[in-house]
Design a protein around this ligand. Structure first.
Ligand code: SF4
Ligand code: ZN
Length: 307
């Protein structure tokens, strides 16, 4: 297998691009791909301060590394979710990456903030990923706003976006489809722009990138990911991709080109303000404050009954 660029020995084959690359050509190829995504979708500029959500996994660490290589001004934000050893290892990998490169990193422990994901699992009937998603969105928004970052970048990749799209289409979730885009503009003064520069990059590409760039990331999966439907959707899409390379990319890109602009134009109710914390909310209390209250009241009831 020869490198499409230099003719040397290729180590990665990208069937969706009908190309193969050696490691020296793959790294700049991926940089260029991500730069194109950022420019095509007008995600952000090099004059803006970017807050990068970093979990310690391959996608977010690859994203941070790529943004630095492309000359963006970045600060990492790591949320320690409070999911046992998995969270401890994720924090260790993130801190080690930042320290090895002298990067600026903000680390926030959800347990110290009063509600870890594990508490939500123990004290409510909500699925772990639903509670986790609520808390992550809330703290990304709040910390970006409070610390003056106009943009939050996250490491969602093509596999994530295609699986999410499939899930939304299977249930015709029009509200979610109208918000599925690699750039979300703020709809409230306390929201900031949210961007997904890896939306055309596959999991395989970010794993290969980390390998070639010697980025040490957390390999173990979150224990709460076992059995989640999104993994089934990813598996189905992988089968489609194997039979017809480029399916995932075209599924997401054609949706963004042909359907998303019409869905986006739908009138949606602007958020109000949470009575408790002052962040944007579609009800009197935002979803994070509702979750906190639910956990507090169930915790108090259990303590009172001694169970
Ligand atoms: Fe959070 Fe679910 Fe992801 Fe675990 S799998 S980090 S609980 S969203
Ligand atoms: Zn609130």
């Amino acid at each position: 297998m020869k490198c499409t660029r230099c003719g040397g020995h290729a180590e990665v084959k990208l069937r969706q691009h009908n190309a193969s690359f050696c490691r020296d050509c793959f790294v700049p190829f991926l940089h260029k791909q991500v730069e194109r995504s950022i420019e095509k979708q007008k995600m952000m500029t090099r004059e803006e301060a970017i807050l990068v959500g970093v979990s310690g996994g391959k996608d977010s660490l690859a994203l941070w590394d790529i943004l630095i290589a492309l000359g963006f001004e970045t600060t990492g934000l790591h949320l320690s979710l409070g999911i046992g050893e998995y969270s401890d290892h994720s924090t260790e990998k993130t801190v080690a990456f930042a320290e090895s490169r002298g990067l600026s990193l903000i680390t926030v422990s959800l347990r110290d903030e009063g509600l870890a994901v594990e508490d939500a699992v123990v004290f409510t009937n909500r699925p772990a990923c639903s509670a986790c998603g609520t808390l992550k969105r809330y703290y990304f928004d709040r910390l970006a706003h409070d610390r003056g970052f106009p943009v939050v970048a996250t490491g969602h990749n093509l596999d994530d976006e295609a699986a999410r799209l499939l899930g939304n289409v299977l249930h015709w979730q029009m509200e979610y489809l109208s918000r599925q885009h690699p750039v979300l503009q703020p709809t409230h003064e306390k929201f900031v722009r949210k961007v997904k520069p890896l939306y055309r990059t596959t999991e395989f590409e970010s794993a290969a990138y980390c390998f070639f760039r010697k980025i040490d990331y957390v390999i173990e999966e979150c224990p709460n990911s076992i059995g989640v439907t999104q993994l089934v959707h990813k598996e189905v899409l992988n089968q489609l991709e194997a039979a017809s390379p480029g399916s995932k990319l075209s599924f997401v890109q054609e949706f963004l080109k042909k359907a998303q602009p019409q869905l986006r134009a739908r009138d949606t109710e602007p958020p109000r303000t949470c009575e408790s914390c002052g962040m944007p909310s579609f009800a009197n209390l935002c979803s994070r404050c509702r979750l906190v209250r639910e956990v507090e009241s169930k915790r108090a009831r259990r303590a009172a009954s001694g169970t």
